[in-house]
Design a binder for this molecule. Sequence first.
Ligand SMILES: Nc1ncnc2c1ncn2[C@@H]1O[C@H](COP(=O)(O)OP(=O)(O)OP(=O)(O)O)[C@@H](O)[C@H]1O
Ligand SMILES: [Mg+2]
Length: 453
Amino acid sequence: MSSASRPPLHGPSQIEGMDEAAWVDVIGKMEEVYSQLVRDEIALEEKNTQLEQSQQFIFSLLTAMSDVLVACDENGRIEETNAALRELAGRSEEALRGRPLAELLAGDGDRERLRVALDNAPRRGSTIELELLDAQRQPVPVDFNITPRFSIAGQLVGHVFVGRPLGELKRAYHQLREAHEALKRTQQQLLHSEKMASLGRLVAGVAHELNNPISFVLGNVHALQRYTERLREYLGAIHEQAGADEQARLRAKLRIDYLLADLPSLMEGTLEGAQRTADIVQGLKRFSAMDRGERSEVDLNGVIERAIHWVRKGTAPAFEVHWSAGEPCTIHGNAGQLLQVLMNLVQNAYDAAALPRHSGDNPAPALWVALQCDGDTARISFRDNGPGIASEHLSRIFDPFFTTKPVGKGTGLGLSISYGIVEQHGGRLAARNHPGGGAEFLLELPVADPHSG
Ligand SMILES: Nc1ncnc2c1ncn2[C@@H]1O[C@H](COP(=O)(O)OP(=O)(O)OP(=O)(O)O)[C@@H](O)[C@H]1O
Ligand SMILES: [Mg+2]
């Protein structure tokens, strides 16, 4: 804006009939008006600068926005857009200004929905998903927020549309879901492989357990087979009416008297072996619910007993386990899963206690197991005479894959899976180093409510 030029203080001619005083008065007023004019001009320039600054500010905001923005007049014609929208639509500012917004929409359906949204909530604003055509004329779904614009007089002058293209979001969501699915599959595989490992331990125990009765059943049956041959030969002679001498010779040669005396114990031993085999199979059947996740009333004494039994049979025959079953302590849970948890604790204790010590003196590996069933909580503690858990490992032993065992010996999943199983049973599993030496694991489980189904 240019400055007004200062008028001369005294005119070249004096108007007839005006005296000096009047002139001074007029000139004074003119001075006043003039300086007011200068002040106004300065104020106006300041305002102008401010306006330019705020315009620049708004422009930079609009440019920085990753959401698309369109301002329309009350007839839906575009007045203003931001860079994100222009980039999406592949059109310049000039090409867009004054065009109907409907022109940017992908289909008639979108145009109709826009019309309905504007008709229904023109003064309150609303949200709507519309498909815009991008630069390649491909539809891009955009989630729009529509806000009405008002004049100073409170009159509706148009709407502002701010929206986020959903394509990116949908793609990201899709990728996230795929990653999640893959993670779930891996987790399933891990659970499966840990289950197989724990099943392997069980099978090792069962194999040892079955080996003994089966081998003596087998030995007895072989003996019975030999006895049968001898009896057949002896009875054959009798049936052919051999003479008394011949009978006596055969009876001595075939050791018939010894054979007859041995038969009952052979039969008894075979029966006992078969019975033990049947018992083992029976015991295993009880835990075959493992995979089905079935829950029932389980007496913890029995599960502890079995866990110790199978680990010792499998890998740790020399493991000294101090445990005696007490009062029945019933919880509601899955016997197979609990066996898996307990077997891992017993196996871990053995693995730690059997480690060769730096000091050179290696005490016999031992474990003390105690079950306390008071009120509504069952507490089982496992304390071993191993070296304990290094303090820097204490916070990590429940992490999946954390193991200090050599490759091929431990997967490091035992405790992390046990932790999950115990949590599913509404219990707690914790570890500490016992002040008297060795590691101590404490397992707490809620006792079954005798009044509930
Ligand atoms: N009684 C214990 N004494 C000392 N350290 C232990 C004891 N129990 C567990 N740990 C430590 O915790 C680690 C993790 O145990 P976890 O049962 O999760 O896995 P793992 O026994 O190594 O392998 P997996 O159980 O899969 O065969 C062990 O490698 C060991 O370092
Ligand atoms: Mg383990």
